[in-house]
Each structure stands twice: as structure tokens, then as C-alpha cells.
Design a protein around this ligand. Structure first.
Ligand code: ZN
Length: 184
């Protein structure tokens, strides 16, 4: 496994991250620095619980698309393993945070994908979660932009997934405003 521990400088927490959640940021960043592998392990999550501390999980990509498992799901499984049966995950889980690494860019908060939003809503709708906000004046990633290329004098590239931005703390249920609660 290729570790990035020695090649990537520490990334400071982004604006918007609550001071009390710095330890979650540190836990997720530390795990991803240790486990990162392009295309396989690119996201790490950290979950704060009310009685068993912080638990982490890392993204596991598989060669067949649907076999991939997000970091948030892995971290929830770790929380469950540490939670006494008389306690519910909804009561135990306080905050969920995930980070993404991009070579040459660094670490940033990554918003939960649609599948993870569903999962988090099922198990901890009142928990806090962080989303990444791009700067207001930044074009969305993937947008074609004109750039200067020394060899030609000009060129076009897609806007990369920029690291700069801020973190915004929301309740999980706020990520799913139109979600109907169902019993299951
Ligand atoms: Zn996900």
C-alpha cells in the first residue's frame, strides 16, 4: 500500500470547522494519510460518539462499481461494534465528518454522497455532519476554463476539485429536506 504520510504536508482545518471538531478532522486526515491509495482509498470518515469516543472508517473501492463502500458506512460499522446493545446509534452518534484527498491539492471536507445521506438519515438523523462549500465565485469542478499553457500559449482544461473552500455544519436531516421518514 502506498502511504502519503511522508509526502503530503499537514493540511490545516478549513474555515467553518467548529473548534470542538478539530479532533475529528485530525482523526480522518491521519487515517487517510496512512491509507490513501488513488482510486481505492480516497476518503476517510470520523464519527464522534457520546460514550465510546471517535471511530473512523476508510473508503473501500472495488473493481465492480457497486462493491465499493464509502468511508461513512465503514465508520458507522465501527461505531456499532463499540456500542452496547442497549444504546441506539441515533442516541450515540454526535458528529460525522469525512475528508477527501487529491494529489497535488490536499485534503478537504467532502460532503456525503446520496447513498451515505440515506444511510446517515436512517441511523442518526439528528447527528451533525459537514458539507464542503466551494467559494461563491468559484466555478463548479468540471467546468471548462481557459488556462495558459507554455507550449501553446493558451488552452482549455476542466476546473479541478479545488481544495479551498469552507466547511458547513448541518444536521443530517437537513441534508435530506424532502425525505419521508419510514419505519423499517
Ligand atoms: Zn457515500
Amino acid at each position: 500500500m502506498t502511504s502519503i504520510s511522508g509526502s503530503v504536508p499537514d493540511t490545516p482545518p478549513p474555515p467553518g470547522l467548529a473548534l470542538e471538531d478539530t479532533d475529528l478532522w485530525d482523526a480522518a486526515v491521519s487515517l487517510l494519510r496512512r491509507t490513501y491509495r488513488s482510486g481505492r482509498h480516497e476518503v476517510a470518515a470520523a464519527v464522534r460518539t457520546r460514550s465510546s469516543g471517535i471511530h473512523v472508517g476508510v473508503h473501500m473501492a472495488g473493481s465492480a462499481g457497486r462493491t465499493s463502500i464509502c468511508a461513512e458506512g465503514m465508520a458507522l460499522g465501527a461505531v456499532l461494534a463499540a456500542t452496547p446493545p442497549e444504546l441506539s446509534l441515533a442516541d450515540e452518534i454526535d458528529t460525522v465528518l469525512a475528508v477527501l484527498h487529491r494529489p497535488g491539492i490536499g485534503m478537504r471536507i467532502v460532503s456525503a454522497c446520496g447513498v451515505c445521506r440515506e444511510l446517515l438519515f436512517d441511523y442518526c438523523p439528528e447527528a451533525w455532519n459537514y458539507v464542503h462549500r466551494f467559494p461563491d465565485d468559484a466555478p463548479p469542478p468540471g467546468t471548462p476554463e481557459a488556462v495558459y499553457l507554455p507550449e501553446t500559449g493558451r488552452g482549455i482544461r476542466e476546473v479541478p476539485a479545488l481544495a479551498p473552500g469552507s466547511a458547513e455544519r448541518l444536521r443530517v436531516r437537513e441534508l435530506m429536506p424532502a425525505k419521508n421518514v419510514r419505519s423499517w
